[in-house]
Every structure is written in structure tokens, then in C-alpha cells.
Ligand binder design. Structure first.
Ligand code: 5GP
Ligand code: MG
Length: 189
């Protein structure tokens, strides 16, 4: 088989396609068990990075969990270069009221957790009955400063990763795995 174009840009794979598949099913089982008694669960995807995980997670949970509804939000945190500042601007808000609903935020990666802390307060202020988070990836910094996370896929090193929704300058989102870019490919680490 011909090598795919992006393989030349990836230094090493951190999480394989197979590992993502297994972990997603695993997380869906945990969530289904915890939300066994609710009538309905609202999944809130944080665009754009979480879009792949959202799609796969929703299908897994849909088979075994409560009825689901999906919402999408886009939030940008202002920061210097690659660091997040915790000051968040909502680019695309929720379409509907979340008052009284059980909300599960679906995230791609938690680094400092500043964006997430802001988001959790925001969702709580909108009157959600409960708010929890499922994230595919977590970096070590999150252990210190992020709010407690109930559902975490993989703890990964402090490196800049791309793939499976995560980008560098809007590229590499379509990769089926998560990997580290070669320095020549341009990512700051
Ligand atoms: P935090 O506020 O937790 O520091 O920032 C989290 C956000 O930063 C993520 O939602 C993601 O958009 C971005 N981010 C953090 N680490 C990485 C990474 O390794 N690769 C990419 N592509 N984005 C990252
Ligand atoms: Mg994100």
C-alpha cells in the first residue's frame, strides 16, 4: 500500500487507531453505567478538535447508553502563542437551553485546563442539572491545575500532538491516530 502523505511528517505515533477504538468503547461503557438512570444525556462537543472523538464516542454510547442529544460549541482561549490564558471567547454558542439537563462535555485534549474551567462555570451558570467531562487525552499539567475529570482516555507526555481531530495550523485533523510532528514539519514543542 502506498504511504499516506502525512506519514512523512509524523515523528512517532502516541495513540494508535486501534487503541482509540478500544478506549472509546471503554469510556462509553463507563458513561453508560453511570448514567443508567437518566432519561437523556446531552453531549456537548467542543469544536473543532473533539469532532472525531465525538462522532466515534456517540456511536459507541448510542448502542448501550441512554437516549442522546448532541450540541456543539466553539470556544477560543486568548493566549500567548501556544499557551492558553483562561480568557475565553465563545465563537459559537449552544443553540438551546441546557437548564435541567445532564451535560457531558466531550473534549479532545486537556492541557492547562484553563479553557475547561471556564467552560464548566459557563455551563453551570446556564442551569445544567449536572456537568461532567470526557476527554480523549490529558497532559501532565492538567493534573495540577485542571478541574477533576471523571472520564479520561489517555495520559500523554507534554508534547504537541496532532491527528484524530487535533490540528497544527488547521492541518492533520484527518489522521486516524494521534502522533507527534517532526520538528521539520513546523510544530513548536
Ligand atoms: P488548555 O486550556 O487545557 O491549556 O488548552 C486546551 C486546548 O489547547 C485544547 O482544546 C486544544 O485545542 C489545545 N491543545 C492543547 N494541547 C494540544 C496539542 O498537543 N495539540 C493540539 N493540536 N492542540 C492542543
Ligand atoms: Mg479543544
Amino acid at each position: 500500500m502506498q504511504a499516506r502523505w502525512y506519514e512523512a511528517d509524523i515523528e512517532r505515533v502516541i495513540v494508535t487507531e486501534e487503541q482509540i477504538r478500544e478506549k472509546t468503547a471503554d469510556l462509553a461503557k463507563q458513561v453508560a453505567a453511570d448514567y443508567g438512570s437518566v432519561n437523556e444525556l446531552l453531549l456537548v462537543c467542543i469544536l473543532k478538535g473533539a469532532v472525531m472523538f465525538m462522532a466515534d464516542f456517540t456511536r459507541e454510547l448510542g448502542r448501550i447508553g441512554p437516549p442522546l442529544e448532541l450540541e456543539f460549541m466553539s470556544a477560543a482561549s486568548y493566549g500567548q502563542g501556544t499557551t492558553s490564558s483562561g480568557v475565553v471567547r465563545v465563537r459559537a454558542d449552544l443553540d438551546r437551553s441546557i437548564a435541567g439537563r445532564h451535560v457531558l462535555v466531550v473534549e479532545d485534549i486537556i492541557d492547562s485546563g484553563l479553557t475547561l474551567s471556564w467552560l464548566l462555570k459557563y455551563l453551570a451558570s446556564r442551569g445544567a442539572a449536572s456537568v461532567e467531562v470526557v476527554t480523549l487525552l490529558r497532559k501532565p499539567e492538567a493534573m495540577r491545575s485542571a478541574p477533576p475529570l471523571k472520564y479520561v482516555g489517555f495520559d500523554i507526555p507534554t508534547e504537541f500532538v496532532v491527528g484524530y481531530g487535533l490540528d497544527y495550523n488547521e492541518r492533520y485533523r484527518e489522521l486516524p491516530y494521534v502522533g507527534v510532528l517532526r520538528p521539520e514539519a513546523g510544530a513548536a514543542s
